[in-house]
Design a binder for this molecule. Structure first.
Ligand SMILES: [Zn+2]
Length: 295
């Protein structure tokens, strides 16, 4: 396993940070297998300048690409209820616009949208079931890559749901978003809310994942947006999107445990070899949605 050590805030480059905790798990669960933690464990830091929470050690990008290729189908792209996200685009009159979805996995969100403009996807591997409709394209790579190959035809909207917690280099990611958007284009972000999570007891279940490197709050996102040619138009705290249709017994059990005993939740998930991300509990307002506009 190849690991990368961070010596400064990955969002604002401030070298000073406060250590706020350490992951207690002995391994990560990813794609049905266990992956070792780095020697010495994983410390959690909070940037003193922008407030970003970040891990001091993260897996090298190639480790994630390899692990994701191995795990297709068993990871991400769940059957979510996207009504709230569609309502957000409707309110901005953007449902029929050209949309690029980052981290599109099997294309579930793009497929949930009413038909309209180009439906394009960016991801580190192409899932077989992904459909890019309306003349859309597939862009292969990390959002924070310095060498993304794309059509050069900019978009009205970029959606990034549950993506910004994966970033290695937020500056590069926001730079890429800006260059792939039309002037005054929109960037809609949903990710974990570090401020909400700090108020919960427990072991940062959100960062106890192989592929989650950072947690944002309003302050850190506003600073990064400003530095990269965006303004925040709206910011609302919310729950993670929930599953579509009837909820399974195991989802209900996980949700109840996460709600009532978050510390035990993480321990139980680790012991079972399961992933300990929060289960999309509608009562746990531990995420946010920010709508940004290119300035
Ligand atoms: Zn910072």
């Amino acid at each position: 396993m190849q690991w990368i050590e961070l010596r400064a805030c990955p969002a604002c480059q401030e070298p000073a940070s406060a250590k706020i905790g350490k992951l207690r798990a002995k391994y990560y669960s990813f794609g049905g297998s266990r992956r070792p933690m780095p020697r010495g464990g994983v410390a959690l830091h909070r940037c003193v300048t922008c407030g970003l929470v970040f891990k001091a050690v993260v897996p090298a990008p190639q480790e994630l690409t390899d692990a994701t290729s191995d795990a297709e189908g068993s990871l991400w792209g769940g059957n979510y209820d996207y009504a709230d996200e569609i309502a957000c685009l409707e309110a901005l009159d953007l449902v029929g616009a050209d949309i690029l979805d980052v981290g599109a996995a099997g294309g579930e969100w793009l497929a949930a949208l009413p038909a309209g403009g180009r439906r394009s996807a960016l991801d580190i591997v192409r899932f077989n079931r992904l459909d890019t409709a309306g003349g859309g394209e597939f862009i292969e790579g990390f959002l924070d890559s310095s060498e993304l190959m794309w059509s050069g035809r900019p978009y009205d909207v970029i959606t990034a749901f549950d993506i910004f917690e994966h970033l290695y280099d937020p500056s590069a990611a926001l730079g890429n978003c800006r260059s792939m958007l039309k002037p005054s284009g929109w960037l809609v972000i949903e990710t974990g809310d570090a401020d909400a999570m700090r108020r919960r007891p427990g072991d940062w279940p959100y960062l106890n994942l192989f592929e989650h490197h950072i947690a944002w709050n309003r302050q850190s996102l506003a600073a990064a947006a400003r530095a990269h040619g965006f303004e925040i138009v709206s910011f609302e705290q919310k729950a993670h999107k929930g599953p579509a249709g009837p909820q399974s017994l195991s989802w209900r059990a996980r949700t109840a445990l996460y709600r009532l005993l978050p510390e035990l939740y993480v321990q139980a998930m680790n012991a079972a070899g399961a992933r300990s991300n929060p289960p999309g509990d509608p009562a746990s307002i531990d995420h946010f949605r920010a709508v940004l506009r290119r300035t």
